[in-house]
Design a protein around this ligand. Structure first.
Ligand SMILES: [Zn+2]
Length: 69
């Protein structure tokens, strides 16, 4: 039996398999973000000079749900 951990992405709140989600950390807070959103965040940081750390903290405070599927 194979249990796949389903994680809710903290950025767009879509549910993804755990292996498509990475953990980001800023200011001692951790959020889970899927690879698609990670690309978005990276692009925004590069092109728009967005402060990703602030976004991470904001996401952490919204408390994304973690569920087992
Ligand atoms: Zn996402």
């Amino acid at each position: 039996m194979c249990l796949v951990l389903a994680v809710t992405c903290g950025f767009r709140f879509e549910v993804r398999p755990g292996d498509e989600v990475v953990e980001l950390e800023a200011d001692h807070r951790t959020v889970h973000v899927c690879l698609d959103c990670l690309v978005l965040l990276t692009v925004h940081r590069r092109i728009h000079h967005m402060k990703v750390e602030e976004v991470i903290v904001e996401m952490a405070e919204r408390r994304p749900l973690v569920a087992f599927a």
